[in-house]
Design a protein. Structure first.
Length: 156
């Protein structure tokens, strides 16, 4: 049986889609559990306020931290004098790190929503998910961010 070879971009895109849809599925399950009152809110108002602040702080830190990190790493990759594959491998490593920096706060918001029943946290998770979805890798995005020529981008 012949093995199907996926391009580097398609592998990275597949990883992004799995991470994205897993978060959506988790949010959907938690929404159902909360809405159906299968898991009733189980924390007091004081704890809920503390957790809300923590969710906001982690969300802001994840969003702005990944933006700062991505800018720094893209400049580092552009300045790198290596092969296209080496540049892409560097890009891949910090793309995954960037996704993790958004996925963590998203999951935290969803978990706190499940504990508190506060739909504002689910909305915050949805905003983070939209940001996460916009980070899907494409050949054009990678070529633009790494300043690759068309011939170099075709190697990916």
């Amino acid at each position: 049986m012949a093995e199907i070879q996926l391009s580097s971009i398609r592998k990275l895109s597949l990883l992004h889609k799995v991470m994205f849809f897993t978060q959506i599925a988790f949010a959907g399950i938690c929404f159902y559990l909360s809405y159906s009152d299968t898991v009733p809110p189980g924390i007091d108002k004081e704890t809920e306020k503390i957790l809300q602040v923590a969710a906001l702080v982690f969300s802001a830190a994840g969003f702005f931290g990944r933006t700062f990190l991505m800018k720094k790493k893209i400049l580092e990759a552009r300045a790198m004098s290596g092969t296209v594959q080496q540049k892409f491998n560097l890009f891949k490593s910090f793309a995954i790190l960037q996704w993790a920096m958004l996925e963590g706060p998203t999951l935290l918001c969803i978990i706190i929503f499940l504990l508190s029943g506060n739909y504002a946290l689910l909305v915050l998770a949805a905003v983070l998910l939209i940001c996460f979805g916009m980070l899907a890798p494409t050949r054009a995005k990678v070529a633009f961010q790494l300043s690759l020529s068309d011939a170099e981008a075709a190697e990916l």
